[in-house]
Design a protein around this ligand. Structure first.
Ligand code: AHR
Length: 494
């Protein structure tokens, strides 16, 4: 039998709500046709944003939303996205060579901040660190954050409809600068980031700057970037480096909606690799930042299947269906972040709608929540709670642990998330509490379905959670986790 020991006295840290963050890029069908339908659309909308998506997304209590890229950010000029919409330039979207789309700039800074306010998320702006200047970034910060009536840029914001500052706190300075963002070496980017961050911080009091970090296993980028940033004699200020962002995608195994049992485990093994990556990068960061002032950010993560499985049948770049398998990847990944909340300060699943590992798929007047959405919903109460050490003794299938778990506590309420990775078998688990006992009934929510099950416009609830209550007393609870499932147990702790 699998055993789960929840050690309440061993607090890892507070789970930064931003670990449950999101990402929306100007790519394919994410913005146009996804979140934005336009004010004159027949699709119900709030100020141009798809009402149903706004309402459902808001329910997740999304803490933060990254925008406008991704790679798109590296040719984006924020000045194209302000002012009267009809006067905004039409430009070639970064992804033009992939899908031929033009960028209308209809959704710009004001609209995006509006969307964030509608859903209750804080904006995380990914600024261009490749093809504009540090001054352009500085100006964007001034435009967004300066008090009404102060500078010319603040007055322009007012003329454009928003007298009060947007208060944008999170600023990425560059995206994937080891690749699309200028193909830089870590040394070149380290020097560039110091320059951008210094210029931007001159107006960005209180802003949190995030640097481009490594692609998955590239610990050398982490080391060499930090070496360059903290260069002896001319060290950059840690105050200008809130976080270092890693990107990690689980490359597909099989297809999005059809795969063998071996491919199921292959993809889940890739998801569990996130733990190894976090451990390796945080160890490298500790060498240069032993006081741990700089956080690890994972501002793009998720599964990357072949295009074409989503409702647009390939018209929207990178759009894909998400199955129960992707839901397990989401739950396992969020569990890893919970367990490393003493170092990981933000994470953003890629991407919100009509793209990789999406929470929603939308087309015309239709919207469906994917199984990933339900995982975020079930696990949202980990946000802001204290993560406690949870020891799992379980079997292995190849490189995959049968059961993974994370637990958090807020006041006397605990939330324990359990993932059964077995393709077709249930697993018996015994949960032991240490430093507390069950107080009252345990509320249980379970997400389970056939491994390749997914939600479609025709069958939107094929994969959705079911709830019930268990009786428990003392410190021990035995139960069966269904095959291919995510279970959340909520209980009072005495
Ligand atoms: O999420 C899609 C793309 O993947 C992003 O634009 C880029 O940062 C990454 O390579």
């Amino acid at each position: 039998m699998t055993t789960i020991d929840v050690l309440f006295p061993e607090v890892i840290g507070t789970i930064n709500p931003n670990l449950y963050g999101h990402f929306s890029e100007h790519i394919g069908g994410v913005i146009y046709g996804g979140i934005w339908v336009g004010e004159d659309s027949a699709v119900p909308n709030v100020n141009g944003f798809r009402t149903e998506l706004v309402e459902r997304f808001r329910r997740l209590r999304p803490p933060v939303l990254r925008w406008p890229g991704g790679c798109f950010a590296e040719t984006y000029d924020w000045r194209d996205g302000i002012g009267p919409p009809a006067a905004r330039p039409v430009t070639a979207n970064w992804w033009y060579n992939w899908d031929g789309r033009l960028e209308s700039n209809r959704v710009g800074t004001h609209e995006f901040v509006k969307f964030c306010r509608l859903v209750g998320a804080r904006p995380y702006f990914a600024a261009n660190g490749t093809s504009t200047t540090p001054l352009a970034v500085r100006d964007w910060i001034e435009y967004c954050n300066f008090p009404r009536g102060s500078t010319t840029l603040a007055r322009r914001r007012e003329e454009n409809g928003d007298p009060e500052p947007f208060g944008v706190e999170y600023w990425g300075l560059g995206n994937e600068n080891w690749g699309g963002g200028g193909n830089m070496t870590p040394e070149t980017y380290g020097a560039a980031f110091r320059n951008y961050a210094m210029v931007a911080s001159s107006v960005g009091r209180g802003c949190k700057f995030i640097a481009c970090g490594p692609s998955d296993r590239d610990v050398s980028w982490t080391r060499r970037f930090l070496e360059a940033f903290f260069a002896p004699g001319h060290p950059g200020s840690a105050a200008n480096l809130h976080g270092l962002s890693m990107h990690y995608y689980c490359g597909t195994a099989g297809e999005a909606t059809s795969f063998s049992q071996d491919q199921w485990y292959e993809l889940l093994a890739k998801a569990l690799t996130m733990e190894e990556l976090v451990v390796r990068h945080r160890a490298a960061m500790d060498t240069y930042d032993p006081e741990r002032r700089v956080g690890l950010v994972v501002d793009e993560w998720g599964c990357w299947h072949r295009d074409g499985s989503g409702p647009s049948r390939g018209a929207n770049l990178f759009e894909q269906q998400s199955t129960m398998r992707d839901a397990l990847v989401a739950a396992m990944t969020l569990g890893i972040f919970n367990r490393h909340c003493d170092k990981v300060v933000m994470a953003n699943v890629a991407q919100l709608v009509n793209n990789l590992h999406s929470l929603f798929l939308a087309q015309d007047g239709f919207l469906v929540a994917t199984p990933n959405y339900h995982v975020f919903d079930m696990m949202k109460d980990h946000q802001g709670a204290q993560s406690v050490r949870t020891v799992v003794q379980t079997g292995r299938i190849g490189e995959v642990d049968e059961v993974t778990a994370s637990c958090s506590v807020q006041a006397d309420a605990a939330l324990l998330t359990l993932v059964n990775a077995r393709y077709s078998d249930p697993v018996e688990v015994a949960v032991h509490l240490h430093g507390g006992a069950f107080a009252g009934p345990v509320s249980r929510t379970v997400l389970t379905a056939e491994p390749a099950a997914c939600n479609t416009f025709a069958a939107p609830d094929a994969v959705c959670p079911r709830g019930d209550a268990l009786t428990a007393s003392g410190c021990r609870l035995v139960q069966s986790l269904p095959a291919a499932s995510v279970t959340c147990l909520r209980f009072g702790r005495s």
